[in-house]
Design a protein around this ligand. Structure first.
Ligand code: FES
Length: 575
């Protein structure tokens, strides 16, 4: 497809004056011939490659395959780096920098000559950061995920990223596993390029971008090392050129219907609780009306179809071979807005019609009639302990604990937890409710994935594997347990969580969506009078900016000044 329309990049490369000379001349130092500046679409390839983000370590190769497709379709590809966020290494938590990376993406797109953009994302925060930044510009955009690692293999068994780390680490703490065996499992878990192969946050977000139609069908589950991942990247390169010609912008795809579809698929895949804050933040950038309550209501009663860890047994390789996200979308039938537009130019229903979405393994992807679990939706809890909401993932929780009243054992922060959790004299039993404060967006800062607190060794030795745990933190998408997260307002912002004391009783009722601190209003008012906020973790630089401007979890933890978008116009040229 061609058009005589002038593209955005023409205001850089299409001029015959001094500034046009400068824009073309310096690009030519990379060996680009004259004809690539002839007015063809310029496609940015936004790359989160980094050797410090091992999940995205293969992205230079993926970018090369995108370029093949772009050239083939008559476009001019230009690859550019943005800040990369790797979960395993980045301290204090990659989430602290999600908004920073999104600003990098937004300004890199807006300030440079590109007409459309391919977003290369993999590790957890890279997907929302790229979507948020690109949404603020609203060019034609298409995401290509890096794909999951091959299934982990350890002593004849399949092991999943993250999920088995938590399990093995508890086994070491309880004396069931030696440190030597623990170390052997490291290489067995991560045996190929790609991101976590459980249904953790990376796989969840990759599945949701497919469900929202901002990626090509099958994007989520093709393993990172499978040749079909590279063929998909090639096709994405071709398609983004067409999207520029069609003027198919991100905001035409990421509509309210797309977000509703994402919530339904999130439930059906048993996806990560982290998707909640990311979806809210992305919607905020696009100006789509979408709230925490929508996530509860739209996910309510949606069955979990996918038997993947941490909610189930299988891993992403199995999910791909079983048919992947297309099967889930088809299975959900009318729970999905089938008329939602996607990057293919067709609707999500057309993309995933019967012939294109056959299931090859019903153990891995169940039907709606015989689901893997009855209720897959993320539950939003409210009550005096979380007036603005808290979340829990029922599919990863213990059914017997979903209605529970217990005595609070309080940890003031993560350091307090680490200092006392292994203390054999800690006054705690399996009926208690573990409470941790000051791990929310402002309190940590960055809202770390520490909500799945480790259980006390003395209870682990008794065979206890789960307890009710409550905090303002997040939890790794690969983790599990009856864990209440994202309590809002957080403790550091003066939420009721800050006022909980040892010995208070807390009531959790998932069916009733209730999280109640059994302390009178008068007593809470007295405690509030005495409360002082914890000292801020930093008084300078980005962390200071973050603490001052981050919104609470129920609003996606974006910066207050980044909500909304400001388009692609740049009116000033320094030349
Ligand atoms: Fe990167 Fe899990 S650590 S996806």
């Amino acid at each position: 497809m061609t058009t005589s329309r002038k593209f955005r990049s023409a205001s850089w490369f299409g001029k015959l004056d001094k500034s046009g000379f400068i824009h073309r001349s310096w690009m030519k130092n990379q060996g680009h011939p004259d004809h690539v500046f002839d007015g063809r679409p310029v496609i940015g390839i936004c790359n989160t490659w980094s050797e410090l983000t091992p999940c995205n370590g293969h992205f230079r190769q993926i970018a090369e395959h995108v370029k093949r497709g772009v050239y083939e379709a008559g476009g001019f590809p230009v690859e550019f780096p943005v800040m990369s966020l790797g979960e395993p290494l980045l301290r204090p938590t990659a989430m602290l920098f999600r908004n920073l990376a999104s600003m990098d993406v937004e300004e890199s797109i807006r300030g440079n000559p590109m007409d459309g953009v391919i977003l290369l994302a993999g590790c957890d925060k890279t997907t929302p950061a790229l979507l948020m930044g690109a949404a603020s510009c609203d060019l034609p955009s298409l995401m290509v995920s890096g794909g999951p690692m091959l299934n982990g293999k350890y002593r004849g068994a399949e092991i999943g990223s993250g999920t088995q780390v938590w399990q093995f680490s508890e086994m070491v703490r309880s004396g069931e596993m030696s440190l030597c065996d623990f170390q052997e499992a490291e290489g067995c878990m991560s045996r190929s390029t790609g991101h976590c192969m459980t249904m953790g946050t990376a796989s969840t977000m990759a599945s949701l971008v497919e469900a929202m139609g901002i990626a090509l069908p099958t994007n989520a589950a093709i393993p990172a090392v499978d040749s079909r991942r590279y063929a998909l990247a090639h096709q994405a390169g071709r398609r983004i050129v067409e999207m520029v010609h069609e003027e198919l912008k991100m905001s035409q795809i990421l509509t309210r219907k797309a977000f509703e579809n994402a919530v339904r698929v999130l439930a059906a895949i048993g996806g990560s609780t982290n998707a909640v804050v990311h979806l809210l933040a992305i919607a905020g950038r696009l100006g789509v009306e979408f709230t925490l309550s929508d996530i509860d209501e739209l996910g309510r009663g949606v069955p979990c179809l996918v038997n993947l860890a941490p909610s189930g047994k299988y891993l992403m390789e199995d999910f791909y071979y079983a048919g992947g996200v297309p099967v889930v979308i088809r299975e959900l039938g009318d729970l999905i807005h089938r008329d939602a537009l996607t990057v293919t130019g067709r609707t999500i229903g057309e993309n995933n019609a019967n012939g294109a979405a056959e299931c090859f393994n019903r153990e891995v992807i169940h039907t709606v009639e015989t689901p893997f679990k009855q209720d897959g939706g993320i539950t939003v809890l409210r009550g005096n302990l979380a007036p603005d909401g808290a979340v829990l993932k029922p599919s990863a929780a213990t059914p017997e604990l979903m209605k529970h009243r217990g005595r609070a054992v309080v940890f003031e922060n993560i350091e307090d937890l680490h200092a006392r959790i292994d203390d054999e004299t800690l006054d705690i039993d399996e009926t208690c409710v573990m409470v941790m404060k000051n791990c929310g967006p402002k309190g940590y800062p960055g809202m770390a994935e520490v909500g799945n607190m480790p259980l006390p060794p003395k209870l682990l030795r008794q065979g206890i594997t789960d307890m009710v745990r409550i905090s303002d933190a997040r939890m790794s998408g690969t983790a599990y347990g009856t864990v209440v997260l994202h309590v809002a307002p957080e403790a550091a912002a003066g939420g009721t969580l800050a006022l909980v004391e040892n010995g208070d009783f807390i009531e959790l009722d998932v069916t009733e969506r209730k999280l109640h601190l059994d302390v009178s209003d008068a007593e809470l008012a007295r405690r509030r009078e005495l409360w002082t906020p914890p000292p801020a973790h930093s008084d300078r630089g980005y962390t200071r900016l973050y603490i001052d401007h981050v919104l609470q979890a129920d609003q996606g933890a974006d910066f207050d000044f980044l909500v909304g978008h400001s388009g692609t116009e740049v009116t000033r040229d320094s030349h």
